[in-house]
Write a new protein. Structure first.
Lengths: 285, 401
């Protein structure tokens, strides 16, 4: 018997459903479950039949908001009813994990275990069975891991350490520029680190975006886009394309690095000029 | 009056329907959800819109990103390089292609109970998104376009990777759809046509036979098509109005309802395949369905052309300083014309307003001025409501941003 899975949506853009559909070997994973409901894939039940469903795995995509209609039901009641029957709840995407981007409009929106950085009112009831896979959207391989992993190691936000013990910075193709404190002069170049001026949050954001690449080929920072910290409860902050600095130094330090250590290393690195890192990698003209 | 739930349309909608003697007498579409995107943007630094707006929609968020970059450029009079424009077109077209394939199989084939090779279809869609990500960093929810250009700086190696994907996708398209020849439909096109024929629905779902395209790009040019005449489509004639009991706003052009999307684009663009279908089936669900998948194949060719003519020596992004002011732009998204309007004050967003394609196609009209969807449904057999709706490829999340 295949485990029954039900994918429910709250306040969402559907980004996680579509991200999930980018999974390599998708059909292999898809066939391992009996799909009671999925918002874009063929599944057994219609929305109005979900209240009596008995899923073993319940996926929530999107935030929980009182009064939000799912067919004839109200989403919070429907979610809690299904969650009480499920063996595992997987909160997929930052909206389901923390409430997400739409909290900027409506603060009452909540994730399953967290509302922003605070524990939600369902924390005690659901903490034992909930795995959080944040990201806006969550990476398809992360979602697959959340559905399949037997006993992932969870951090204080109930995120699997197998994914979120890394920072987005690890594996970034611009790491040399970070080491030697060479910043990108603007946008649209292969060269330079985006942490100093362009607002990149990769050094203090949990996620393996540069370890398991996006769409099997790239990442934001590799494509010259700053990391916006979308796996964290503070997402989205304001002024996303500009680094907040304090006396010329980024206001937020790389994860776990004391300011004094950072300043010492920066002083040393900046006292050398590495010729190669100040030049274009390829002269296109 | 009965209420029906329409689901798996990138969210849901409610249909208030009157059915008599098996025929639809009247229909009213309600979208129950609102997420406050335009409120979230208010008073944020202008560039933050590049991160917020893709989150309007999980399937066409990239169109919202490109529209945002373009409207901010228009406010400030910034003109990016040809290279940046072509790269943006490549990624936007990729998003449209993946959308059309998902709709064709996961919506239309599933609705009609037709079998398909999920493994293969998913792999093709994954590859298109990979091509996009070579430039965009990721899909969904890239923010790689910004006023002045794009953040990526591709090398010849990436162009080669992208070209190989485009070539192999063209081969896959050939295997799935054959040649787009109306006299000799092949493979999945034939399967679909035969099914529609058996159900006797080929002529259902006709609208007003009026089409509108606001965007202009390497694939299609701005135009409205009315009584066989082509005229420019101007944004100043677009009007948005609140509708009772729904979070979607009605949208009209000089008081009239127009169809936007792949059927509109292919009709305005010309081309024998869709023209021939239109001659026989007018703007029915048949022409609408086939236009969408035909467009996907055409766009693949545009993607290839853009890849082969990119001048990598140009800058990816030029220095751009943002000015205050107000502007509107339109681009073509998967489901049709997408309009973004912004007002910037002190480098911050004072107002942001978005008109989405589904608003054009799924507005509600009145008894003496039926909307497009009402026109397409009133008089049709009640049993085929769902199918006719889905041929418009509805996006609920976009409509009620």
């Amino acid at each position: 018997m295949k485990p029954k899975i039900l994918w429910l949506q709250g306040v969402t853009c559907n980004g996680n459903s579509h991200s999930f559909f980018n999974l390599p070997n998708f059909k292999t994973l898809y066939d391992q479950f009996e799909w009671l409901y999925h918002p874009i894939l063929p599944s057994k039940l219609s929305l109005d039949e979900l209240f009596d469903a008995k899923p073993e795995i319940l996926v929530l995509e999107g935030g929980l908001k009182n009064g939000w209609q799912k067919g004839q039901e109200e989403v919070v009641a429907l979610f809690l009813k299904l969650a009480s029957r499920a063996k595992r709840v997987v909160a997929v995407g930052s909206c389901a994990v923390y409430g997400g981007v739409f909290r900027e409009y409506e603060k009452s929106i909540s994730g399953v275990l967290f509302q922003g950085e605070q524990k939600s009112r369902w924390y005690e009831a659901l903490k034992a069975k909930t795995i959080n896979i944040p990201g806006c959207p969550a990476h398809p391989e992360w979602i697959a891991f959340g559905l399949s992993a037997a006993q992932p190691h969870l951090d204080s936000y109930h995120r699997p350490k197998e994914i979120f013990a890394y920072t987005v910075h690890s594996g970034c193709s611009r790491n040399e520029y970070f080491e030697w404190k060479v910043d990108a002069e603007g946008f649209g170049t292969k060269e330079g680190c985006l942490y100093y001026k362009q607002g990149c949050q990769a050094p203090y954001t949990h996620g393996s975006c540069n370890k398991i690449l996006w769409n099997e080929i790239n990442s934001k920072t590799r494509a010259g886009t700053p990391c916006f910290g979308c796996t964290e409860p503070q997402f989205p902050k304001k002024e996303l394309f500009k680094t907040k600095t304090y006396m010329g130094i980024p206001a937020t330090m790389p994860l776990g690095v004391p300011k004094r250590a950072y300043l010492t290393l920066t002083g040393v690195a900046k006292s050398f000029r590495i010729e190669r890192l100040t030049q274009r990698l390829i002269d296109e003209s | 009056m009965r209420v029906e739930l329409l689901e798996k349309i990138e969210g849901e909608a409610f249909l208030d329907m009157e059915c008599e003697r098996g025929r639809i007498q009247n229909i009213y579409v309600r979208f129950p959800h609102y997420r406050g995107i335009e409120e979230i943007l208010r008073s944020r630094p202008a560039l933050d819109a590049l991160v917020i707006n893709p989150r309007i929609c999980g399937i066409c968020g990239h169109a919202h990103l490109i529209a945002t970059a373009m409207v901010l450029e228009k406010v400030s009079g910034i003109v990016p390089t040809q290279k940046a424009k072509k790269i943006r077109e490549i990624t936007r077209f990729c998003e449209i292609v993946q959308n059309h394939l998902k709709w064709f199989y996961l919506v239309i084939f599933v609705q009609l109970g037709l079998p398909f090779d999920m493994d293969r279809v998913q792999r093709i869609i994954r590859e298109i998104n990979k091509l996009l990500a070579i430039f965009g960093g990721q899909w969904p929810h890239s923010s790689y376009a910004l006023p002045g250009g794009v953040t990526c700086d591709p090398t010849q190696l990436e162009i080669l990777q992208a070209s190989h994907i485009a070539q192999s996708l063209q081969r896959e398209f050939g295997l799935l759809f054959g040649d787009f020849d109306i006299k000799n439909l092949q493979k999945d096109l034939k399967k679909l046509f035969d099914k529609l024929n058996r159900l006797d629905v080929l002529h259902l779902g006709k609208g007003y036979d009026r089409f509108i395209v606001f965007g202009s790009d390497g694939y299609v040019q701005n135009a409205k098509l009315l009584h066989g005449k082509i005229r420019p489509a101007r944004l100043e004639y677009v009007k948005e109005q609140e509708q009772p009991k729904s979070f979607a706003k009605r949208v009209t052009y000089k008081g009239k309802f127009y169809e936007t999307g792949p059927l509109a684009r292919t009709m305005i663009r010309g081309g024998t395949f869709v023209k021939r279908l239109h001659r026989r089936y007018k703007d029915s669900l048949t022409t609408r369905i086939f236009a969408r998948i035909y467009e996907a194949a055409q766009l693949l060719q545009n993607i290839k052309n853009n890849l082969s003519t990119l001048d990598l020596s140009q800058e990816s992004a030029i220095e751009a300083s943002l000015q205050d002011g107000k502007a509107s732009i339109a681009i073509e998204a998967a489901r049709g014309s997408l309009i973004h309007t912004v007002e910037i004050e002190n480098q911050r967003i004072k107002n942001y307003s978005i008109v989405t394609p589904t608003q054009w196609n799924l507005s509600n009209g009145s008894k003496d001025n039926l909307s497009l969807i009402q026109k397409a449904l009133v008089g049709a057999p009640c049993t085929h409501t769902d199918l006719i709706f889905r041929t418009f490829d509805i996006c609920s999340v976009c409509t009620t941003h």
